[in-house]
Design a protein around this ligand. Structure first.
Ligand code: EPU
Length: 428
C-alpha cells in the first residue's frame, strides 16, 4: 500500500490532457457484452475500475486485449456465468453487467455492487426497469438474480432521475422486442456516449441526452469502434486546481459545454476562465469570492465536483454554502479538511465554509474517490507536506495522477506505507 506525498503551496502552470470519462468507460465496457462480434473502445482512462471490468468480462469467457488506451473485446465466446461475489463487489458500475447480460442472455446473477460510500445508494429504479421489460428479479443472499423468457419493450417512468438506471434499462431494452420509452431519464453526457456506442452496434435509440429516450429493440448487435468522451469530472477537478493554485493552466481534450455549471461558478468567484473548442484556460487569483453551490442532475452542478470545489472555497473570502441534493451524506472529506485548518460546519445536507484560511499540510485519509480529489487539491493549496492515504479510491478514477500533476509543476510522489502506518490505517 502507498500514500501520496504533496509539497504544497507552490503555483502551478502548464497543460494537462484529460483522459476518457470514467463514468462512460464503466458502462461502455459492459455494453460490449451485447455485441456478436468484437468491439474496440478508444481513449480509455488508466484506472482500476477499467482493469476490474476487464477481469469480469474475462470471467464470463470474453477475450479482452488492451493496448495503450484502447480495449478490444471479443464477446462471441461469453456465457452467462453467475458473478455473485468477488470483483463485482469492488465497484459500483458492476450493476451494468445486469442490464447487458440480461439483454444478451436473458439471465444474469450479479452480486450487489460496491463503490464509494456516499450514504444509501439503492438500485430500485434499475430493478423496476428490468421488471417492466419482463424480467423476474430476486435478491438472494446479496446477489441479484435476473431471468426472462423474453424481454418486451415497455414504458418506464423513473421515480428518481438516475444515471445508472437510465443506462442499465437502455442496455437491456436494445435487445427487447418492441419499443421501450424511458421517461424522466437522466441527461448526463455519459448517457449520450453509451447510446452512441449502442447505435454504432446497430441499436435504435432516439432522445439520449433528453428526459425521454425511445428504444426500438433489435435482434442482433454487431461490433464497432468507438471513441470515449473526455472525463468532465477529471477536467473539472483540474480546473478547480487551476483556480486554486494556477498561474495559467490549460485543460486540454475537454468538451467545454459539459462544464458550464462549473465555469459559471468559477467566474462568479472571480476566477479567469477562457474556453476554446476542446480546451479551457484557467487562471487563479488571490481574492476569491465566496459562492453557494447546490448539486443537481446534469446540466446542474455535478455532485462529483462538490468535494473538490469545497477545498477551493476554503480560500474564498466570506461564507459559502455547499448543498448536495443528490447524496446528502457526501461529506466525509470535511473532517479531513478540518485537520488541515479548514473552517467548515456540516448542517444536514449542507457544508458551510468560512474563509479565507491558509490550509496546513497534514496526514489525511481519502474515504472515497472525490474526497480523495478534494484532499489532493487541499494538499497542493496547503503550506508544508500533506500525506494522503486511501489511494485505492483515487486510483479508481484519476488516470496518471502523479504524472499529470508533476506536468503542471507540482511536487508530488507516492511512497510505500511503513508497517506501523498500515497498522494505524487498519485501526481507523
Ligand atoms: N437512486 C435511487 N434509486 C435508484 C438509483 C438511484 O434512489 O435505483 C438515487 C441515488 O441514491 C442518488 C440519485 O438517485 O441519490 C442519483 O443516483 P444515480 O443512479 O444517478 O447515480 P449512479 O448511477 O449510481 C453515477 C455515477 C456517480 C455520480 C452519480 C450522479 C457512475 C458509475 N457513477 O452514479 O459517480 O455521482 O451518477 O451523477 O456512473 C463518481 O464518479 O465519483 C461517482 C460517484
Amino acid at each position: 500500500m502507498e500514500k501520496l506525498k504533496i509539497a504544497g503551496g507552490y503555483p502551478l502552470k502548464g497543460t494537462v490532457r484529460i483522459s476518457g470519462a470514467k463514468n462512460s468507460a464503466v458502462a461502455l465496457i459492459p455494453a460490449t457484452i451485447l455485441a456478436e462480434s468484437p468491439v474496440t473502445i478508444e481513449g480509455l482512462p488508466k484506472i482500476s475500475d477499467v482493469e476490474i471490468l476487464k477481469d469480469l468480462l474475462e470471467e464470463i469467457g470474453g477475450k479482452v486485449s488492451i493496448s495503450e488506451d484502447e480495449m478490444t473485446v471479443d464477446p462471441t465466446t461469453m456465457i452467462s456465468m453467475p458473478l455473485p461475489n468477488g470483483k463485482v463487489k469492488k465497484l459500483r458500475a458492476s450493476y451494468y453487467l445486469m442490464g447487458a447480460m440480461l439483454g444478451r442472455f436473458k439471465k444474469a446473477v450479479i452480486g450487489l455492487p460496491g463503490g464509494c460510500h456516499l450514504g444509501p445508494r439503492p438500485i430500485d429504479q434499475h430493478i423496476k426497469g428490468f421488471e417492466a421489460l419482463g424480467a423476474q428479479v430476486t435478491n438472494e443472499q446479496g446477489a441479484i438474480y435476473l431471468r426472462a423468457d423474453e424481454l418486451r419493450g415497455a414504458r418506464i417512468y423513473l421515480d428518481v432521475v438516475s444515471v445508472g438506471a437510465t443506462i442499465n434499462i437502455m442496455l437491456a431494452a436494445v435487445r427487447a422486442k418492441g419499443r421501450t420509452i424511458i421517461e424522466n431519464a437522466a441527461k448526463e453526457p455519459e448517457i449520450i456516449d453509451v447510446a452512441t456506442l449502442l447505435t454504432n452496434m446497430g441499436a435504435k435509440i432516439k432522445g439520449a441526452g433528453t428526459d425521454v429516450i425511445r428504444i426500438d429493440g433489435v435482434d442482433q448487435l454487431h461490433g464497432c469502434r468507438h471513441t470515449i468522451i473526455p472525463d468532465r469530472i477529471e477536467a473539472g477537478t483540474y480546473m478547480i486546481l487551476g483556480a486554486a493554485m494556477g498561474e495559467g493552466v490549460v485543460i486540454d481534450n475537454v468538451i467545454p459545454t459539459h462544464l458550464e455549471s462549473l465555469i459559471a461558478k468559477l467566474r462568479e468567484m472571480g476566477v479567469y476562465v477562457e474556453t476554446g473548442d476542446d480546451r479551457v484556460f484557467v487562471k487563479g487569483t488571490d481574492r476569491l469570492k465566496a459562492v453557494d453551490i447546490k448539486t443537481l442532475v446534469y446540466p446542474g452542478f455535478p455532485t462529483d465536483l462538490q468535494q473538490p470545489f469545497t477545498s477551493l472555497l476554503t480560500k474564498a473570502e466570506g461564507s459559502s454554502v455547499v448543498t448536495d441534493t443528490i447524496y446528502g451524506a457526501r461529506f466525509k472529506h470535511i473532517d479531513e479538511l478540518r485537520r488541515m485548518n479548514a473552517n467548515i460546519k456540516v448542517e444536514g445536507r449542507s457544508a458551510i465554509i468560512n474563509g479565507p484560511v491558509q490550509l496546513q499540510g497534514a496526514k489525511v485519509k481519502a474515504s472515497d474517490l472525490r474526497a480523495g480529489a478534494a484532499l489532493v487539491i487541499a494538499g497542493l493549496m496547503a503550506e508544508g507536506i500533506t500525506e494522503v492515504t486511501g489511494l485505492e479510491h483515487i486510483d479508481r478514477g484519476y488516470s496518471n495522477l502523479v504524472e499529470k500533476l508533476s506536468g503542471l509543476g507540482a511536487t508530488v510522489w507516492r511512497e510505500a506505507l511503513s508497517n506501523e502506518e498500515m497498522e494505524q490505517l487498519k485501526n481507523t
